[in-house]
Design a protein around this ligand. Sequence first.
Ligand code: NDP
Ligand code: HSE
Length: 424
Amino acid sequence: MNIGILGLGTVGGGVVNVLKKNREEIARRTGAKLQITHAAVRNVNQRRICSTEGITLTQEPFEVVNNDTIDVVLELIGGTTLAKDLVEVAIKNGKHVITANKALIATHGSELLALAKDNNTQLLFEAAVAGGIPILKSLEQGLSANRIEMVAGIINGTGNFILTEMRDKARDFDSVLKEAQKLGYAESDPTFDIEGIDAAHKLTILAAIAFGCELNFSQVSTQGISQVSSEDIAFATELGYSIKHLGIAKKEDGEIQMRVHPTLIPKRHLLANVDGVMNAVLVKGNALGSTLYYGAGAGDEATASAVIADVVDIIKDTASHDVLGWQSFESSTFKNQDDIESIFYLRLLASDKPSVLADITTILANYNISVEAVVQKQVDEQNNAHIAIITNVIKTRDINAAVEIIQSKDFIQEQIKIIHVETL
Ligand code: NDP
Ligand code: HSE
């Protein structure tokens, strides 16, 4: 089998290295000899993490997708413009395509999968979600007897790496982000990682495979980690929680909700202990109950592991992403974001005057919001009290309304922070 690679950066380089390292093992599993014959890069003179011996390099990616000797194309360039054109041409030329590109699948996956079906080729993307963890294959194959009720996970390695380093080493946001970029974890535009767009792409794919619905990226409500401060991390720790950036997709009473946001999780929960670049996905099925899938969410060889597993599926003819693994889609309705119920963490900076805490709790009580826990730090030099509150389970609409009123009070000194709390 001849393989052409588009992009020989972190993931492409990892694929070359893993195929070299495990050549015999893969040949024993598949009975096939895999050869990377061609690779397209932006700059053929660039230093690489892999050897390019025996690989014809080109700066013209269309040469690869139009090359008749190539059976499988690995799209590892990223982005949704050139990558989309290349994938379309490869499929029309009858080639199987494997991609790690979640942005491409979440936004153009439906049309590309339809094109692949029309051309009798496979379009596979295990590496697009949670790096090396075989979560898509688990949902499609191992969990196929279940109605999936919820998928919740830490699905961005860069974000998790940043939050972990900030919490454990009190490092500042920017320096950790620079390190994540150096390690090859971050997207070419790292705001995708920080603002939750990358996680939203992955959640879109997870929800489609879990619930058998269309890819609906526009329905994901997305909040990034840039709003999480070291003060929130310290308060969360004191209250018995870790802050993680979670992607949550739930199907309840026929309605789907998809959201990506920083979340306080009880410290004892397994997800709260998933640190660094590691990812984990919790799946609740109505027969098996909860299962948790854990592993490296980014990085060269970890991601290559998932890419090559898709190549093996093609050779063994066990690939099943045809319409995302479903014979038919169910039409879906999406929950109004205001109706989503959650516990919330509030952080407030208030002047240290008598009855301030009582005023805050009275406003909350007017919306049927009770205070489950509260922590107040010693009053600072500006005579301000730093307060954190954990509420009961309430509707998003109610917490927003109550916070709007509290925010308008003259004793509030800065924007009130609202973060979801999940017990999962
Ligand atoms: P990199 O930036 O490390 O690599 C991109 C590669 O594409 C480079 O080799 C670059 O060439 C090449 N390239 C870019 N533009 C062109 C072009 N116009 N023509 C030819 N080649 C081009 O990205 P990653 O490997 O990190 O990511 C690739 C994909 O995998 C993305 O979709 C990403 O979201 C996804 N992904 C990444 C993971 C990770 O851990 N990094 C994990 C899971 C998925 P050159 O080297 O010459 O600059
Ligand atoms: N930038 C992504 C992350 C790469 O950090 O999770 C893996 O998809």
